[in-house]
Write a new protein. Structure first.
Length: 300
């Protein structure tokens, strides 16, 4: 096992990883190739678990987030998107400024959308106001944004990161079967990647003052489970999660079963950069030591 900081230092020194700002990293070379192999393996798993795949935009409407109760749950993470004013006088000031970056801060318009903090919200919004005749299973992948301040750390906790999800919407028995199958598929993926994993009951870091009660309810009912990988030194990293939403999104987006009751939903989510870090920590930076499933196309 290679310590996390040693992995990151080696990637920086070799130029394979660089940081534009805290939580915003670029990858190239062998590290990027490895991430692409991991991404392919996760995509195979997700497509095997879903009947359909969606390509989604990188942003969500404030209305979708409000219906999801995101503002009440995780406002501390949200990143919004804006653009410059169309006023010619404002644009001229930016163009002529000695420090355009500073001038831009006074030229942006009020934001109208948020950069997606999780990709599954697109599925619920895209199915809104519909009757779910049979369980729907959808896979989606996108860059997600969560600003976690001083906790940001390359690959481990990004401001922007890549998330692949599989979402199930349907009757409670559809969701239960989906989550059970998800555990089996995750175990298979861990075997392919050569990762030691354990499952842990978890809760989301809800924003106060609702945090304590909601987190406790989540744990008591076993609604969230995280797939943990040891990083050494007593540290663990959640590389995937299984989340049972019960009827929360069914009620929020008016997703109904044929009998009129709200649909249940669940999702299985994978953090691709976290999986990359886990593989590098557990197998090292020498490509010859990586699992065969990640070396096949490299010819190693």
């Amino acid at each position: 096992m290679t310590p996390v900081e040693e992995v990151l230092d080696a990637l920086r020194c070799s130029g394979q990883l660089w940081e534009v700002a805290p939580g915003l990293v670029g990858l190239r070379g062998p590290a990027l190739h490895l991430l692409q192999r991991i991404e392919e393996r996760v995509a195979v798993l997700a497509r095997g678990a879903a009947e359909e795949e969606w390509r989604v935009p990188p942003a969500l409407s404030f209305d979708s987030l409000a219906r999801s109760q995101y503002f009440a749950s995780f406002p501390q993470w949200l990143t919004v998107a804006s653009h410059l004013s169309a006023d010619p006088a404002v644009l001229e000031r930016v163009a002529a400024a000695e420090d355009p970056g500073l001038e831009v801060r006074e030229a942006v318009t009020p934001p109208k959308v948020a950069l997606a903090p999780a990709v599954c919200y697109h599925a619920y919004a895209g199915l809104s106001e519909r009757t779910i005749d049979a369980g729907r299973r959808i896979t989606l992948q996108s860059t997600c944004w969560r600003h976690e301040g001083e906790r940001l750390c390359p690959l481990e906790r990004g401001w922007a990161f890549t998330m692949r999800e599989v979402v199930c919407v349907g009757a409670p028995e559809d969701v239960a079967r989906f989550l059970e199958q998800g555990l089996t598929r995750i175990a298979g993926l861990a075997g392919e990647l050569g990762l030691s994993i354990r499952l842990e009951e978890a809760s989301d870091p809800f924003f106060a003052p609702t945090a304590r009660g909601r987190a406790l309810l989540q744990r008591v009912k076993g609604l969230k489970r995280e797939v943990m990988v040891p990083l050494g030194g007593g540290r663990d990293l959640a590389v995937a999660s299984l989340n049972d939403h019960e009827v929360h999104f069914g009620e929020a987006f008016h997703l109904r079963l044929p009998g009129g009751e709200p649909a249940s939903s669940a999702c299985v989510a994978f953090g691709l950069e976290r999986l990359l870090l886990a593989v590098l920590v557990q197998h090292g930076l020498d490509a010859a030591a990586w699992p065969a499933a990640l070396r096949e196309e490299e010819g190693a």
